[in-house]
Design a protein around this ligand. Structure first.
Ligand SMILES: NC(=O)c1ccc[n+]([C@@H]2O[C@H](COP(=O)([O-])OP(=O)(O)OC[C@H]3O[C@@H](n4cnc5c(N)ncnc54)[C@H](OP(=O)(O)O)[C@@H]3O)[C@@H](O)[C@H]2O)c1
Length: 334
Protein backbone atom coordinates (compact mmCIF):
# COMPACT_ATOMS: atom_id res chain seq x y z
CA UNK A 1 0.00 0.00 0.00
CA UNK A 2 1.09 3.58 -0.54
CA UNK A 3 1.77 5.69 2.52
CA UNK A 4 -0.79 8.36 3.45
CA UNK A 5 -0.09 11.61 1.61
CA UNK A 6 1.83 14.22 3.62
CA UNK A 7 0.07 17.59 3.76
CA UNK A 8 3.21 19.43 2.69
CA UNK A 9 6.67 18.63 1.34
CA UNK A 10 10.00 20.48 1.52
CA UNK A 11 10.88 22.88 -1.29
CA UNK A 12 14.39 22.18 -2.62
CA UNK A 13 17.11 24.68 -1.63
CA UNK A 14 14.86 26.21 1.03
CA UNK A 15 13.70 25.76 4.62
CA UNK A 16 10.13 26.13 3.42
CA UNK A 17 7.41 23.57 2.88
CA UNK A 18 4.80 23.65 0.12
CA UNK A 19 1.26 22.29 0.68
CA UNK A 20 0.87 19.33 -1.69
CA UNK A 21 -2.52 20.46 -3.01
CA UNK A 22 -2.89 23.90 -4.54
CA UNK A 23 -6.23 25.54 -5.36
CA UNK A 24 -6.16 26.98 -8.89
CA UNK A 25 -7.71 30.27 -10.00
CA UNK A 26 -7.09 29.61 -13.71
CA UNK A 27 -9.26 26.91 -15.32
CA UNK A 28 -12.75 28.26 -16.15
CA UNK A 29 -12.43 31.07 -13.58
CA UNK A 30 -10.11 33.19 -15.72
CA UNK A 31 -12.38 32.93 -18.78
CA UNK A 32 -15.50 33.80 -16.78
CA UNK A 33 -13.71 36.81 -15.32
CA UNK A 34 -12.33 37.99 -18.66
CA UNK A 35 -15.72 37.61 -20.40
CA UNK A 36 -17.72 40.02 -18.23
CA UNK A 37 -17.27 43.78 -18.39
CA UNK A 38 -18.08 44.08 -14.68
CA UNK A 39 -15.25 41.72 -13.63
CA UNK A 40 -12.61 41.95 -16.38
CA UNK A 41 -9.46 43.89 -15.55
CA UNK A 42 -8.42 46.73 -17.85
CA UNK A 43 -5.82 49.50 -17.81
CA UNK A 44 -8.16 51.76 -15.80
CA UNK A 45 -9.53 48.92 -13.62
CA UNK A 46 -6.52 46.72 -12.84
CA UNK A 47 -7.93 45.65 -9.46
CA UNK A 48 -11.31 44.45 -10.70
CA UNK A 49 -12.45 41.25 -9.00
CA UNK A 50 -15.04 38.58 -9.66
CA UNK A 51 -16.91 38.30 -6.33
CA UNK A 52 -17.81 34.67 -7.12
CA UNK A 53 -14.14 33.80 -7.51
CA UNK A 54 -13.16 35.66 -4.33
CA UNK A 55 -15.89 33.76 -2.44
CA UNK A 56 -14.79 30.47 -3.93
CA UNK A 57 -11.18 30.98 -2.84
CA UNK A 58 -12.37 31.96 0.65
CA UNK A 59 -14.50 28.78 0.65
CA UNK A 60 -11.46 26.76 -0.37
CA UNK A 61 -9.40 28.25 2.48
CA UNK A 62 -12.24 27.64 4.94
CA UNK A 63 -12.50 24.06 3.71
CA UNK A 64 -8.84 23.44 4.43
CA UNK A 65 -6.82 24.39 1.34
CA UNK A 66 -3.74 26.41 2.26
CA UNK A 67 -2.16 26.94 -1.17
CA UNK A 68 -3.62 29.19 -3.88
CA UNK A 69 -2.35 29.39 -7.45
CA UNK A 70 -2.68 32.52 -9.58
CA UNK A 71 -0.94 34.06 -12.58
CA UNK A 72 -0.65 37.40 -14.28
CA UNK A 73 -2.18 35.80 -17.39
CA UNK A 74 -5.33 34.69 -15.53
CA UNK A 75 -5.93 38.30 -14.31
CA UNK A 76 -6.96 36.72 -10.98
CA UNK A 77 -4.26 38.28 -8.80
CA UNK A 78 -6.67 40.85 -7.25
CA UNK A 79 -9.21 38.11 -6.51
CA UNK A 80 -6.61 35.87 -4.86
CA UNK A 81 -5.20 38.76 -2.85
CA UNK A 82 -8.63 39.85 -1.64
CA UNK A 83 -9.60 36.30 -0.69
CA UNK A 84 -6.38 35.69 1.23
CA UNK A 85 -6.64 39.02 3.05
CA UNK A 86 -10.36 38.53 3.84
CA UNK A 87 -9.64 35.05 5.17
CA UNK A 88 -6.74 36.22 7.36
CA UNK A 89 -8.80 39.12 8.68
CA UNK A 90 -11.60 36.75 9.63
CA UNK A 91 -9.13 34.38 11.33
CA UNK A 92 -6.78 36.45 13.51
CA UNK A 93 -5.28 33.20 14.80
CA UNK A 94 -3.89 32.58 11.29
CA UNK A 95 -0.73 34.19 9.94
CA UNK A 96 0.22 35.12 6.39
CA UNK A 97 2.65 32.19 6.54
CA UNK A 98 -0.32 29.82 6.94
CA UNK A 99 -1.33 30.48 3.33
CA UNK A 100 1.00 29.65 0.45
CA UNK A 101 0.56 31.80 -2.67
CA UNK A 102 1.97 30.87 -6.08
CA UNK A 103 2.05 33.53 -8.82
CA UNK A 104 3.44 33.54 -12.37
CA UNK A 105 5.03 36.05 -14.71
CA UNK A 106 3.74 36.00 -18.28
CA UNK A 107 5.38 37.47 -21.38
CA UNK A 108 2.07 38.66 -22.86
CA UNK A 109 -0.65 39.09 -20.23
CA UNK A 110 -3.93 40.66 -21.40
CA UNK A 111 -4.00 44.46 -21.79
CA UNK A 112 -0.45 44.91 -20.51
CA UNK A 113 2.14 46.80 -22.56
CA UNK A 114 5.60 45.27 -22.40
CA UNK A 115 7.45 48.58 -22.84
CA UNK A 116 7.40 50.55 -19.58
CA UNK A 117 7.22 54.35 -19.24
CA UNK A 118 11.03 54.59 -18.94
CA UNK A 119 11.47 52.55 -22.13
CA UNK A 120 12.58 49.38 -20.32
CA UNK A 121 10.97 45.98 -20.94
CA UNK A 122 8.46 44.71 -18.39
CA UNK A 123 10.03 41.55 -16.99
CA UNK A 124 9.38 39.42 -13.88
CA UNK A 125 10.68 42.13 -11.52
CA UNK A 126 8.17 44.79 -12.63
CA UNK A 127 5.45 42.16 -12.94
CA UNK A 128 5.92 40.94 -9.38
CA UNK A 129 6.01 44.47 -7.95
CA UNK A 130 2.69 45.17 -9.66
CA UNK A 131 1.35 41.80 -8.52
CA UNK A 132 2.12 42.56 -4.88
CA UNK A 133 0.22 45.85 -5.19
CA UNK A 134 -2.76 44.15 -6.83
CA UNK A 135 -2.80 41.40 -4.21
CA UNK A 136 -2.02 43.72 -1.28
CA UNK A 137 0.57 41.22 -0.09
CA UNK A 138 4.16 41.81 1.08
CA UNK A 139 5.65 38.74 -0.54
CA UNK A 140 4.81 35.75 -2.72
CA UNK A 141 5.74 32.25 -1.62
CA UNK A 142 6.52 30.90 -5.07
CA UNK A 143 6.95 32.89 -8.27
CA UNK A 144 7.19 31.13 -11.64
CA UNK A 145 8.01 32.02 -15.22
CA UNK A 146 4.70 30.84 -16.73
CA UNK A 147 6.34 29.71 -19.98
CA UNK A 148 9.76 29.91 -21.58
CA UNK A 149 8.54 32.76 -23.81
CA UNK A 150 9.81 36.29 -23.16
CA UNK A 151 8.84 39.64 -24.73
CA UNK A 152 10.93 41.20 -27.49
CA UNK A 153 13.96 42.85 -25.92
CA UNK A 154 14.18 40.56 -22.87
CA UNK A 155 16.20 37.35 -23.08
CA UNK A 156 15.17 34.27 -21.11
CA UNK A 157 18.48 34.49 -19.25
CA UNK A 158 17.78 38.07 -18.17
CA UNK A 159 14.23 37.19 -17.17
CA UNK A 160 15.66 34.44 -14.95
CA UNK A 161 18.21 36.90 -13.47
CA UNK A 162 15.26 39.11 -12.48
CA UNK A 163 13.68 36.11 -10.75
CA UNK A 164 16.90 35.51 -8.80
CA UNK A 165 16.97 39.17 -7.82
CA UNK A 166 13.38 38.96 -6.54
CA UNK A 167 14.35 36.02 -4.34
CA UNK A 168 17.54 37.77 -3.15
CA UNK A 169 15.47 40.80 -2.16
CA UNK A 170 12.92 38.66 -0.31
CA UNK A 171 9.97 39.77 -2.43
CA UNK A 172 9.45 36.15 -3.36
CA UNK A 173 10.52 33.25 -1.18
CA UNK A 174 11.02 30.66 -3.90
CA UNK A 175 11.41 30.72 -7.66
CA UNK A 176 10.56 28.30 -10.39
CA UNK A 177 9.26 27.87 -13.89
CA UNK A 178 6.31 26.31 -15.67
CA UNK A 179 6.03 24.46 -18.99
CA UNK A 180 9.82 24.37 -19.46
CA UNK A 181 11.46 21.51 -21.36
CA UNK A 182 14.97 20.25 -20.68
CA UNK A 183 16.76 22.51 -23.22
CA UNK A 184 15.17 25.58 -21.60
CA UNK A 185 16.09 24.39 -18.09
CA UNK A 186 19.66 23.87 -19.28
CA UNK A 187 19.66 27.37 -20.77
CA UNK A 188 18.97 28.85 -17.31
CA UNK A 189 21.55 26.60 -15.69
CA UNK A 190 24.25 27.52 -18.21
CA UNK A 191 23.63 31.26 -17.87
CA UNK A 192 23.30 31.54 -14.08
CA UNK A 193 24.19 28.17 -12.45
CA UNK A 194 20.86 28.60 -10.64
CA UNK A 195 18.13 26.07 -11.37
CA UNK A 196 14.43 26.52 -10.57
CA UNK A 197 13.29 25.09 -7.25
CA UNK A 198 9.96 24.04 -8.74
CA UNK A 199 8.69 23.13 -12.21
CA UNK A 200 4.92 23.34 -12.71
CA UNK A 201 3.78 21.19 -15.63
CA UNK A 202 0.85 19.21 -17.00
CA UNK A 203 0.90 15.74 -15.47
CA UNK A 204 -1.67 12.95 -15.45
CA UNK A 205 -1.73 9.31 -16.59
CA UNK A 206 -2.10 10.26 -20.28
CA UNK A 207 0.84 12.71 -20.17
CA UNK A 208 3.44 11.19 -17.88
CA UNK A 209 6.25 13.32 -19.33
CA UNK A 210 5.29 16.81 -20.54
CA UNK A 211 8.46 16.86 -22.65
CA UNK A 212 11.23 14.30 -23.15
CA UNK A 213 13.42 13.63 -20.11
CA UNK A 214 11.85 16.34 -17.98
CA UNK A 215 10.97 14.19 -14.94
CA UNK A 216 14.39 12.56 -15.02
CA UNK A 217 16.11 15.96 -15.25
CA UNK A 218 14.11 17.22 -12.26
CA UNK A 219 14.87 14.09 -10.24
CA UNK A 220 18.59 14.39 -10.98
CA UNK A 221 18.71 18.12 -10.26
CA UNK A 222 16.51 18.33 -7.16
CA UNK A 223 13.66 20.27 -8.79
CA UNK A 224 10.21 19.69 -7.26
CA UNK A 225 7.46 18.92 -9.77
CA UNK A 226 4.06 20.50 -9.37
CA UNK A 227 1.31 18.94 -11.51
CA UNK A 228 -1.52 20.88 -13.08
CA UNK A 229 -4.37 19.16 -14.93
CA UNK A 230 -4.29 16.10 -12.63
CA UNK A 231 -7.99 15.43 -13.35
CA UNK A 232 -7.72 15.62 -17.15
CA UNK A 233 -8.75 11.92 -17.54
CA UNK A 234 -12.20 12.76 -16.09
CA UNK A 235 -12.55 16.27 -17.52
CA UNK A 236 -11.02 16.88 -20.95
CA UNK A 237 -10.18 13.30 -21.94
CA UNK A 238 -13.24 11.34 -20.87
CA UNK A 239 -12.99 9.19 -24.02
CA UNK A 240 -9.70 7.70 -22.77
CA UNK A 241 -9.13 4.07 -21.71
CA UNK A 242 -8.89 4.76 -17.95
CA UNK A 243 -12.62 5.22 -17.40
CA UNK A 244 -13.44 1.49 -16.76
CA UNK A 245 -10.41 1.10 -14.46
CA UNK A 246 -11.37 4.23 -12.52
CA UNK A 247 -14.89 2.82 -12.10
CA UNK A 248 -13.41 -0.42 -10.76
CA UNK A 249 -11.11 1.42 -8.33
CA UNK A 250 -13.75 3.84 -7.06
CA UNK A 251 -15.93 0.80 -6.20
CA UNK A 252 -13.02 -1.07 -4.60
CA UNK A 253 -11.81 1.81 -2.39
CA UNK A 254 -15.13 3.61 -1.94
CA UNK A 255 -13.67 6.98 -3.03
CA UNK A 256 -14.10 9.34 -5.99
CA UNK A 257 -12.21 9.27 -9.30
CA UNK A 258 -10.76 12.62 -8.20
CA UNK A 259 -9.11 11.07 -5.15
CA UNK A 260 -7.74 8.14 -7.17
CA UNK A 261 -6.16 10.48 -9.75
CA UNK A 262 -4.72 12.85 -7.14
CA UNK A 263 -3.30 9.95 -5.14
CA UNK A 264 -1.74 8.53 -8.29
CA UNK A 265 0.04 11.86 -8.90
CA UNK A 266 1.12 12.20 -5.26
CA UNK A 267 2.61 8.71 -5.32
CA UNK A 268 5.37 10.09 -7.56
CA UNK A 269 6.22 12.76 -5.00
CA UNK A 270 4.69 15.60 -6.99
CA UNK A 271 2.59 18.48 -5.70
CA UNK A 272 -0.80 18.90 -7.44
CA UNK A 273 -2.79 21.98 -8.43
CA UNK A 274 -6.47 21.38 -8.94
CA UNK A 275 -9.62 23.41 -8.42
CA UNK A 276 -13.38 23.24 -8.09
CA UNK A 277 -16.20 25.75 -7.89
CA UNK A 278 -18.14 23.33 -5.66
CA UNK A 279 -17.65 23.01 -1.91
CA UNK A 280 -18.53 19.30 -1.93
CA UNK A 281 -15.74 18.65 -4.45
CA UNK A 282 -13.32 20.81 -2.45
CA UNK A 283 -13.97 18.57 0.58
CA UNK A 284 -13.60 15.48 -1.57
CA UNK A 285 -10.23 16.68 -2.92
CA UNK A 286 -8.91 17.11 0.62
CA UNK A 287 -10.13 13.61 1.48
CA UNK A 288 -7.21 12.26 -0.56
CA UNK A 289 -4.93 12.58 2.47
CA UNK A 290 -6.59 9.54 4.04
CA UNK A 291 -6.45 7.39 0.91
CA UNK A 292 -3.99 4.57 0.40
CA UNK A 293 -3.84 2.60 -2.86
CA UNK A 294 -2.08 -0.68 -3.49
CA UNK A 295 1.12 -0.60 -5.53
CA UNK A 296 -0.56 -2.95 -8.05
CA UNK A 297 -3.48 -0.58 -8.58
CA UNK A 298 -1.17 2.41 -8.99
CA UNK A 299 0.80 0.47 -11.59
CA UNK A 300 -2.41 -0.44 -13.43
CA UNK A 301 -3.23 3.30 -13.71
CA UNK A 302 0.28 4.02 -14.97
CA UNK A 303 0.12 1.23 -17.53
CA UNK A 304 -3.36 2.00 -18.85
CA UNK A 305 -2.41 5.70 -18.95
CA UNK A 306 0.67 4.79 -20.97
CA UNK A 307 -1.49 3.10 -23.60
CA UNK A 308 -2.86 6.49 -24.64
CA UNK A 309 -1.55 10.02 -25.13
CA UNK A 310 -3.39 13.25 -24.40
CA UNK A 311 -2.02 16.77 -23.97
CA UNK A 312 -4.68 19.18 -22.71
CA UNK A 313 -2.55 22.36 -22.73
CA UNK A 314 -0.73 22.92 -26.04
CA UNK A 315 1.72 25.53 -24.79
CA UNK A 316 4.52 26.25 -27.31
CA UNK A 317 6.96 24.67 -27.93
CA UNK A 318 5.73 21.59 -26.03
CA UNK A 319 3.53 20.01 -28.75
CA UNK A 320 6.61 19.76 -30.99
CA UNK A 321 7.70 16.91 -28.67
CA UNK A 322 4.48 14.89 -29.08
CA UNK A 323 5.65 12.38 -31.69
CA UNK A 324 8.80 11.62 -29.69
CA UNK A 325 6.80 11.30 -26.46
CA UNK A 326 4.37 8.85 -28.04
CA UNK A 327 7.33 6.56 -28.74
CA UNK A 328 8.93 7.05 -25.32
CA UNK A 329 6.13 5.99 -22.92
CA UNK A 330 6.82 4.25 -19.64
CA UNK A 331 9.07 6.90 -18.10
CA UNK A 332 7.65 6.53 -14.58
CA UNK A 333 8.14 2.78 -14.35
CA UNK A 334 11.92 2.83 -14.60
N1 LIG B 1 1.12 26.61 -15.39
C1 LIG B 1 0.21 26.45 -16.32
O1 LIG B 1 0.44 26.66 -17.52
C2 LIG B 1 -1.17 25.98 -15.91
C3 LIG B 1 -2.04 25.43 -16.87
C4 LIG B 1 -3.28 24.98 -16.46
C5 LIG B 1 -3.68 25.10 -15.13
N2 LIG B 1 -2.83 25.68 -14.21
C6 LIG B 1 -3.26 25.87 -12.80
O2 LIG B 1 -3.73 24.66 -12.30
C7 LIG B 1 -5.08 24.82 -11.84
C8 LIG B 1 -5.85 23.53 -12.06
O3 LIG B 1 -5.82 23.21 -13.44
P1 LIG B 1 -6.90 22.26 -14.12
O4 LIG B 1 -8.19 22.93 -14.18
O5 LIG B 1 -6.34 21.76 -15.38
O6 LIG B 1 -7.00 21.08 -13.02
P2 LIG B 1 -7.83 19.77 -12.92
O7 LIG B 1 -7.71 19.37 -11.51
O8 LIG B 1 -7.41 18.78 -13.94
O9 LIG B 1 -9.34 20.16 -13.26
C9 LIG B 1 -10.11 20.96 -12.41
C10 LIG B 1 -11.46 21.08 -13.07
O10 LIG B 1 -12.09 19.81 -13.02
C11 LIG B 1 -13.46 19.95 -12.77
N3 LIG B 1 -13.86 18.75 -12.07
C12 LIG B 1 -13.50 18.35 -10.83
N4 LIG B 1 -14.05 17.16 -10.55
C13 LIG B 1 -14.77 16.80 -11.62
C14 LIG B 1 -15.59 15.69 -11.93
N5 LIG B 1 -15.75 14.69 -11.06
N6 LIG B 1 -16.18 15.65 -13.14
C15 LIG B 1 -16.03 16.65 -14.02
N7 LIG B 1 -15.27 17.75 -13.78
C16 LIG B 1 -14.65 17.81 -12.60
C17 LIG B 1 -13.57 21.19 -11.92
O11 LIG B 1 -14.81 21.79 -12.21
P3 LIG B 1 -15.92 22.13 -11.10
O12 LIG B 1 -15.73 23.58 -10.76
O13 LIG B 1 -17.19 21.86 -11.82
O14 LIG B 1 -15.72 21.20 -9.93
C18 LIG B 1 -12.42 22.06 -12.45
O15 LIG B 1 -12.90 22.89 -13.49
C19 LIG B 1 -5.61 26.01 -12.65
O16 LIG B 1 -6.72 26.62 -12.03
C20 LIG B 1 -4.39 26.89 -12.68
O17 LIG B 1 -4.29 27.59 -11.45
C21 LIG B 1 -1.59 26.08 -14.58
Amino acid sequence: MTAATAHSVPIPHSDEQIPVIGFGSGTSWQWKKKASESTAVSADKPSNVDPDLVQSIVDALETGFSHVDTAEFYTTRPDVGQAVNDYLKKHPEKKRSDVFVTDKYNSHPPDTPNVLADGSIRGPYASLKQGLQLMKLDYIDLFLLHTADTPDGLSLEDAWREMIRLRDEGLVKNIGVSNFDVPHLQQLQKATSVLPQVLQLEFHPYLQNQSPGVHEFCRNNNILIEAYGPLVPITKAKEGPLIPLLAELTAKYGVSETQILLKWAHSFGVVTVTTSSKIERMKDILGVFDLELSAEDLKKITDVGNSWFFRAFAIPPLPTWDEQLKKERNVLNI
